[in-house]
Design a protein around this ligand. Structure first.
Ligand code: SF4
Length: 373
């Protein structure tokens, strides 16, 4: 354990039984209650319920926080490793801790504004198997409940109160471990609770849900009237053959269908899709790849985010060179597409995009892989 774990958080590490051989760290059940459910169960009038409900989500309540296994700082950024539960091991290790990771990122804009964004996890591991991602190597071990998704934010807020008073999380991005739309029930519930005005009250525009392009999940997102959070779509190649190799989801949900789904989704006028493109040297960073991407983006309201590959452990690709990324970006800009280049943050701590995950923790053959897209 590193960097001063608040004792109150460790005292909270009570276990409860979960499905699929997992015992979850116990958190307050009320973290999963909507305002209406909270008011009904406590039989409170509206004013009293509002006050009590807001304090229910307080980051000073240890029942809302996960035990922290490690805090790995990298400048103002930090990777948090949380224990969310345990699974039964073999006779040599009867209990194995299950850990997830969140990354706190200092952000700034060109007007001098500064804020903190927290990148959170939605699953323990992931079954999507993207070639360039450390989490994908783990396989799916477990689906996080909504309470354990919300608790990542509350635990980091709690830590900030002790370690960096005055700092607070402003933005939340579902870009940590897992594919959020593969755990849609819990993720949609968490989004509703994050944005509940009488509770945590995050603005929907301050939350980004990132997906590999689960068409079923995107359609459900529209159908179920989820608060209008921003959507980020990981593309990484606009060529079906290459994308199917890099991102197996493309075999069942190919680019044309994904594009049509994005065109069909009802969008508020100020929203744009963030198209994520991981730049792999010699694989997908040729100007011809950029032209193909520009064509795929046509008529879609998008900003393309170019991300230099962050190496896994061990790495299997190389990052594109800055010149190559610049040339790729120029093709997109000349086609009238807005382009951003994401700075690499927290790479030294294996906390950058595509690096999260525990290489010693893997799905066992007995654990379910059904529903693989
Ligand atoms: S990039 Fe996302 S969806 Fe793909 S394997 Fe990694 S965590 Fe899963």
């Amino acid at each position: 354990m590193s960097e001063g774990v608040p004792l109150s958080l460790l005292e909270n590490s009570v276990l409860i039984s979960g499905g699929a051989g997992i015992q979850w760290v116990n958190l307050s059940a009320e973290l999963e209650w909507s305002f209406d459910e909270f008011q009904r169960r406590h039989r409170l009038d509206a004013a009293a319920a509002r006050m009590a409900y807001r304090s229910r989500f307080s980051d000073s309540n240890p029942e809302n926080c996960l035990p922290i296994s490690a805090v790995l700082p990298d400048g103002d950024a930090a990777k948090f490793v949380f224990c969310v539960g345990w699974r039964w091991g073999g006779s040599a290790s009867p209990q194995e801790p299950l850990e997830i990771e969140s990354v706190m990122l200092p952000m700034k804009n060109r007007h001098g504004g500064r804020w903190l964004t927290l990148c959170i996890s939605s699953q323990i591991g992931c079954r999507m198997g993207c070639e360039f991602c450390q989490t994908g190597r783990m396989g799916l071990i477990g689906q996080l409940p909504a309470s354990h998704i919300i608790a990542q934010v509350l635990t980091v807020q709690h830590w900030l109160r002790e370690k960096r008073p005055g700092s607070t999380i402003k933005n939340i991005v579902f870009m940590g471990m897992g594919e959020p739309l593969d755990n849609a029930d819990a993720v949609f519930k968490a989004i509703r609770l994050f944005t509940e005005p009488r509770g945590l009250a995050f603005a929907p525009a301050c939350i980004t849900l990132s997906t590999v392009g689960r068409i079923d999940g995107l359609q459900r997102f529209a159908r179920e009237d989820i608060p209008p959070v921003r959507l980020a779509i990981s593309i990484t190649s606009a060529d079906d053959h290459l994308r199917s190799r890099l991102m197996p989801i493309n075999r069942s949900m190919p680019l044309a269908k994904l594009r049509q789904t994005l065109l069909d989704l009802p969008r508020s006028s100020r929203s744009r899709y963030l198209i994520q493109y991981v730049m792999l040297k010699g694989i997908n960073d040729d100007p011809r790849d950029a032209h193909q991407l520009a064509q795929w983006c046509q008529d879609l309201p998008v900003t393309v985010n170019l991300i230099a590959y962050n190496p896994q452990d061990p790495p299997i690709f190389e990052a594109s060179t800055p010149d190559r990324i610049e040339a790729f970006s120029a093709v997109l800009k000349n086609s009238g597409i807005l382009v951003k280049q994401r700075a690499t943050i927290c790479q030294a701590r294996m906390g950058a995009c595509g690096q999260l995950g525990n290489r010693h923790l893997r799905r066992r053959p007995s654990e379910s892989t059904s529903n693989r897209a």
